[in-house]
Design a protein around this ligand. Structure first.
Ligand code: KE4
Length: 428
């Protein structure tokens, strides 16, 4: 596969941007080799600067549930551009977005738009601390909630990929109140509540942990968190930046039937544009400025072009629930096909997943938390990743990311990917 353009761009990029990228996981650090510099994308395909085409299983890390550049989203963005790019003033589009999200997820009574998942989480944590008057927060090892200081404790995604347990440059004071628990282990949470019965403002959790690969909550885990938060007067925050509007139109709340106090969104709600949001109970959100004392602001929050893209994508998802059956059935086929292949070849691998989120781990042991995810053989993943990339399937360049499927993918794409995986594991 000819990748000269990407190679030349990468050498220029590395002189000017840390690692040559604007987000670490894109740098291919844990898999080695040259990141593909993407020229364009359409539907389920990415096309790099050398003209190579790939079936895209990254989907911009989640936003592209309808595939790249659906015509109706593109048309809406083109149309919106004629009215201006940004005003720094209230718009009807923000009202429409807020009405749409609160219709689709009824327990969200009030919402605030921001520009990224990191901002959404940072702000939701601040609202929880402001509402409860408590400082401590509980997160789970291997979960990733963006790069705000307080969240960079045993985080997943790029932090886990880089093998740095925590980030440097974060003063001890910023993480002193961040308590870590073990995903799928309610006892580890109970211990923290018993140690700090009146100090924990919130428990924040990815309802499906999609930043240490894909770890599905065990039966009763989310319910147990809900009950513990009720008992100790802490708030439950679902970080649905990935699962929101992906597991179902009403996300993990609809899928698992557990209602948090606050929720964070990103990715899908922007339709590919930079958008995040946090919201939930009105009595909590009313504390947010300018109504209340919890300050949070943003120059480009509720940007009209981003709102138009996000509204258009969400409206389509609301009107076409069949999208969820489609992405789920494609992903189920991918997972069952991979499972058959690794069993047939006695490969030391495990397949996890739910809905349209999947992960092929290079460990034979079950993966239920950070510790078991970390057992994966990164060198083995690296070999597989490059074989599949060279054969036209572009997975996330890290063992600890999800495989994302869109409704632009076809069963033919899945079968092609499985055929290449079969060739890989049979040593062709
Ligand atoms: P952003 O600030 O990157 O928009 O969102 C942070 C975030 C918050 N919460 C969850 C559950 C997330 O998955 C993320 C970001 N996801 C990663 C992908 N695993 C972003 C990819 C990247 O860092 O480049």
């Amino acid at each position: 596969m000819e990748i000269r353009e990407s190679e030349q761009l990468f050498s220029r990029a590395k002189e000017l941007m840390p690692g040559g990228v604007n987000s670490p996981v894109r740098a291919f650090q844990s898999v080695g080799g040259t990141p593909r510099f993407i020229h364009r994308a359409k539907d389920q395909y990415l096309y790099d600067e050398d003209g190579n085409a790939y079936i895209d299983y990254i989907g911009s890390w989640g936003p592209m549930i309808l595939g790249h550049n659906p015509d109706f989203v593109l048309d809406a963005v083109w149309d919106q551009l004629q009215y201006g790019l940004s005003y720094g003033a209230a718009t009807a589009l923000e009202v429409e977005m807020a009405e749409l999200i609160t219709e689709m997820v009824p327990y969200v009574e009030m919402i605030r738009m921001v520009n990224s998942g990191t901002e959404a989480v940072m702000s939701a944590i601040r609202a929880a601390r402001g509402f409860t008057g408590r400082d401590k927060i509980v997160k789970f090892e291997g979960c990733y909630h963006g790069h705000a200081d307080a969240m960079l404790v045993k985080a997943g995604s790029g932090v886990m990929t880089a093998g740095i347990p925590d980030s440097s440059g974060v003063p001890r004071g910023c993480t002193a109140d961040t308590l870590s628990a073990v995903y799928n282990d309610l006892d580890s949470v109970q211990q923290l509540f018993e140690q700090y019965p009146e100090e924990i403002a919130c428990v924040i959790v990815e309802p499906v942990a999609a930043n240490m690969g894909v770890v599905v909550p065990k039966e009763g885990f989310l319910q147990g968190l809900r009950q513990m938060c009720n008992k100790y007067g802490a708030l439950l925050i679902f970080d649905e930046v990935i699962t929101g509007f992906r597991l179902l139109a009403n996300g993990a709340v609809g899928y698992f039937g557990i209602t948090p106090d606050l929720v964070t969104y990103g990715k899908i709600i922007g339709g590919g544009m930079p958008v995040g949001a946090y919201g939930g109970r009105r009595d909590i959100m009313q504390l947010v400025a300018p109504l209340g004392s919890v300050y949070q602001a943003g120059t480009l929050s509720g940007n009209p072009v981003a709102m138009r893209a996000g509204i258009t994508q969400l409206r389509y998802l609301k009107a076409h629930p069949e999208v969820y059956q489609q992405v789920d059935s494609l992903s189920t086929r991918l997972r069952s096909g991979l499972t058959d292949i690794i069993q047939q070849h006695h490969a030391a691998c495990t397949v996890n997943g739910v809905g349209s989120l999947s992960c092929l781990y290079f460990t034979a042991e079950p993966v239920t938390d950070y510790a078991s995810a970390k057992q994966a053989d990164i060198a083995a993943f690296r070999q597989y990743f490059h074989f599949m990339l060279d054969h036209g399937s572009y997975f996330g360049p890290s063992q600890f990311e999800s495989i994302f499927v869109s409704n632009a993918h076809t069963m033919r794409d899945i079968e092609k990917t499985l055929s290449d995986a079969e060739d890989y594991f049979s040593g062709k």
